[in-house]
Design a protein around this ligand. Sequence first.
Ligand SMILES: Nc1nc2c(ncn2[C@@H]2O[C@H](COP(=O)(O)OP(=O)(O)OP(=O)(O)O)[C@@H](O)[C@H]2O)c(=O)[nH]1
Length: 403
Amino acid sequence: MKEFIISEALTEKAVLVGLITPEQNEQKVKEYLDELAFLADTAGAEAVKKFYQKLDYPNPVTFVGTGKLQEIKEYVIENEIGLVIFDDELSPKQLRNIEKELQVKILDRTSLILDIFASRAQTANAKTQVELAQYKYMLPRLTRLWTHLERQRGGVGMRGPGETQLETDKRIILDKIAKLKRDLVDIDKQKSVQRKNRGKMVRVALVGYTNVGKSTLMNQLSKSDVFAENKLFATLDTTVRKVIVENLPFLLSDTVGFIRKLPTELVESFKSTLDEVREADLLVHVVDISHPTFEEQIEVVNKTLAEIDKTEKPMIMVFNKVDAFTFVPKDEDDLTPRKRENIDLDELKRTWMNKLQDNCIFISAKERTNIDALKALLYERVKQIHITRFPYNDFLFQQYDEE
Ligand SMILES: Nc1nc2c(ncn2[C@@H]2O[C@H](COP(=O)(O)OP(=O)(O)OP(=O)(O)O)[C@@H](O)[C@H]2O)c(=O)[nH]1
């Protein structure tokens, strides 16, 4: 089953395909494909061409229309492309038909993200979570992957009487899923013991869209050396550090970045990573304000948070990368897909501060702009939580004084 992990194959030129529908306008699809190109790059593939098609809804047989598929096919043959990536999730039937027609490797956004996850997973926990997510993704697509095996009845010893190969394969995968889930329960137990052992310290979790600068900020706040890279999902596992501001220690965790269009059942596979979010006392939502679609990224993060944790937690919004914010003036004849084209940074600050009051702050983690102000804000919030929880106990402060 390991051949499902396809990282090694992704060193090739890729073509991207997006559909413009009444739900996804042209500007949005262009932004999605830019992000898909970034994802492809992270996986090791170079996006050399983007194809778009306007349709009322995806073609149930081939996703795009037959004419468009022929156009893609000609391009693929002419330019010796080995990989075509679709921005939306393909049904097993669409996948099968497209593969048959194009005769090259076909991926969709989900399988590409899972491939990146697979190549980034370092610890047993991350590896188990990714493998579980991959099998969950694979299960409904078995007909595509395994029909050729259906004819080879009798070949594999584990098969039950009267079962087709497909049923056997499904059963094998369901068994694997069950085993991975059990493994994760064990890992969860260990992790929750670890979390309990962290004592009474207030827990703060950095959350945010992928590549917004969470690890960079973690480094700045904790002076640690967490891996920060301009690639998506540099952080798959949660890193926890003790941070001390003034005299007040608290625990800060860096979590996996969120991304749009990731199916919820796959998000669930990352349960033990996301437990860090569930069990946090305070969320620090990091935003890349220099990104053209940062508002949409905020929505994706808030939506994902609501899915994984029903309780409303206190949250601070940290608008990062102010150094990279570019102002696009009103009168410029501009083709940009930028939503905020007529807004400068001050106006943006005013808008968000009106909305969130002192629950937001504008920083540059890279250039250390306003980091001290962020520390002061964190100090206030962590102190409040600590005092509410232990009104008669200044244990934490004492503990640190004694160290
Ligand atoms: N210009 C600018 N770049 C920044 C800033 N903070 C981080 N970056 C860059 O943004 C990229 C992503 O940073 P990370 O810290 O890895 O982001 P992350 O949110 O942890 O990423 P994931 O692990 O994908 O979730 C890196 O190239 C950083 O150098 C900033 O304040 N300004």
